[in-house]
Design a protein around this ligand. Structure first.
Ligand code: NAD
Length: 511
């Protein structure tokens, strides 16, 4: 339902939207927008339900959440049908990008949660150790607002919602107004599994509804979306002094070294630039290929891109999901052509009625072109030749974004050396994008690509406050340094400094 048009407001005053399919631009649904009041009420209901949920042991919460896997498996065809109606993505992509990772996240987080969230004993150091014991309690935050985009609307909603719930929170989800029904499924399967209705709810709408959620009485915002919206949310969260995680856009570079397996690199370049019609935050958006293998690499990429089928039905590639996206991709390709690049394959809109864009290969791309600087989010492999690894790293880092990156080389050592110099949140060897599906990896962006992690133990714990509890070892009537400040208090403290920290050998035992 990617093309969004306003409708006259409903009689009760709610704003309404009409949603048209990107496949044929026919109306596929209408959406009532939640008002600020609706949002506030949803937050209050979630808060009321959260207390009882947080009181349940993590294992119990996890058992309920885990049974949503059964719902997901049983209802996958309905979910895929909704995804296809809203986005036109091929069934293979609905499965690979949405359903499989969603099953995996549900299964993984619900199996791990009790280990990652149980109270933890931590050793304290030095002179404190004989006196105190430290425990960490992962305390739920309360109610989390989750705001999500349209490019992978089911899994990008489900993943943060599941983590927040397992951590003991209530959740209010505000999905993209362009793909509301796909995101609703994330909450529907959780309700069907036994998660209380009030504990996790969906509110619908555009930026205005999102802003109402951020300004409401939520205790954290988990946001996935564009850089400008991310900045707005960071500023509003700062005003309210609540934490936020921001998973934002990317302009990921793929580096093809001179020793790369060119067949794999070319297959990867085409697939990783174009799957989900290029609308993936971790898509390959720029390709830097070593001069000495560039001719052969370009030949292979052209050949493989030209073989991609696209259009309605289950072809290799579906449409762009929104009319705005079609404008951006068209503008970037045109700008590249005008500034001297060769449009070696495609480069045009692919159909009059749907939002299709031809699989496109741009050769001779350069850094003064939009296609190498702004997020394109379309089915374009943009290729630039570089002298060596040194130039590839310099070019890759020459970006406002820092989400992911990839290195194609037969040498793991070379991949590690290059990765260590890339200023990106993650790097993948001989592949790309797949890092999001590896739940253990602390995935998150650098520079304009975001703040905080959405996967890994820190992400799950990020939905809690790690509360340190310091326990006294001895039932003393008072500590040594409490009043009164006798001469012996001063002497003891001074001795600690002088003979403890002042002595290099003793100092080691105090660390
Ligand atoms: P967007 O920023 O336009 O919208 C994202 C969500 O924010 C939507 O639900 C939208 O309604 C809401 N929103 C808009 N204005 C708001 C405001 N002022 N306050 C609160 N909420 C508001 O982004 P999009 O176009 O839906 O998504 C595409 C972008 O998302 C791309 O840049 C893409 O790279 C990025 N993305 C990032 C990741 C990641 O993990 N890093 C994953 C997927 C998509």
């Amino acid at each position: 339902m990617a093309i969004v048009n306003p409708l006259p407001s409903a009689t009760d005053g709610h704003r309404r939207l009409r949603l048209d399919s990107p496949v044929d631009q026919q109306c596929v649904g209408e959406l009532d927008i939640s008002s600020k009041d609706d949002v506030d009420q949803a937050i209050s209901r979630a808060r009321a339900a959260q207390t009882a949920w947080a009181a349940r042991p993590v294992k119990e919460r996890a058992a309920i959440v885990r049974s949503a896997v059964d719902e997901l498996v049983a209802r996958r065809d309905e979910i895929i049908a909704t995804l296809q109606a809203e986005t036109g993505k091929p069934r293979a992509e609905a499965l690979a990008i949405e359903i499989v990772p969603a099953c995996d996240f549900l299964n993984h987080w619900s199996s791990r949660a009790h280990r990652d969230l149980r109270d933890e004993r931590r050793k304290v150091h030095g002179y404190i150790r004989p006196l105190k014991k430290l425990r960490i309690h992962y305390q739920p935050l309360g109610v989390v607002g989750v705001i999500t985009p349209w490019n992978a609307p089911f899994v990008l909603s489900l993943n943060p919602v599941v983590q927040a719930l397992l951590a003991g929170n209530g959740v209010v989800l505000k999905p993209s107004e362009m793909t509301p029904r796909s995101a609703e499924w994330a909450v529907r399967i959780l309700h069907a599994a036994g998660v209380p209705e009030d504990l996790v709810q969906v509110v619908h709408g555009d930026g205005e509804t999102g802003a109402a959620l951020v300004d409401g009485e939520v205790d954290k915002i988990s946001f996935t979306g564009s850089v400008p919206t991310g900045r707005t949310i960071a500023a509003r969260s700062a005003q309210r002094l609540i934490p936020c995680t921001l998973e934002l856009g990317g302009k990921d570079a793929m580096i093809v070294c001179a020793d790369a397996d060119l067949e794999r690199a070319a297959n990867g370049a085409v697939y990783l630039s174009m799957f989900n019609t290029g609308q993936v935050c971790l898509s390959v958006e720029r390709i830097y290929v070593a001069d000495e293998v560039a001719d052969e690499f370009v030949r292979l990429v052209r050949e493989k891109a030209a073989a991609i089928s696209y259009g309605a039905g289950d072809k290799d590639m579906g449409p762009l999901f929104s009319d705005k996206q079609l404008d951006v991709v068209t503008r970037h390709v045109r700008d590249a052509g005008e500034k001297g690049a060769t449009i070696a394959v495609g480069g045009e809109r692919g159909s009059a009625e749907g939002l299709y864009f031809q699989p496109t290969v741009v050769v001779g791309a350069a850094h003064d072109m939009d296609i190498m600087r702004e997020e394109t989010f379309g089915p374009v492999a943009a290729i630039m030749r570089v002298r060596d690894d040194e130039e590839a790293v310099r070019r890759a880092n020459d970006s406002a974004y820092g989400l992911g990156g990839s290195v194609f080389t037969k040498s793991t050592r070379r991949a590690r050396e290059i990765a260590a110099r890339l200023t990106t949140g993650s790097v993948v060897h001989n592949d790309a994008a797949v890092i999001y599906g590896v739940a253990e990896a602390p995935f998150g962006g650098r520079k304009d690509s975001g703040l905080g992690q959405v996967n890994g133990t820190d992400a799950l714990r990020g939905f809690t406050h790690p509360q340190p509890l310091l326990l006294s070892r001895w039932p003393l009537k008072k500590e040594n340094i409490w009043y009164p400040y006798t001469p012996s208090v001063v002497r003891n403290l001074d001795s600690l400094v002088r003979y403890g920290f002042g002595n290099r050998i003793v100092r080691r035992f105090l660390s």
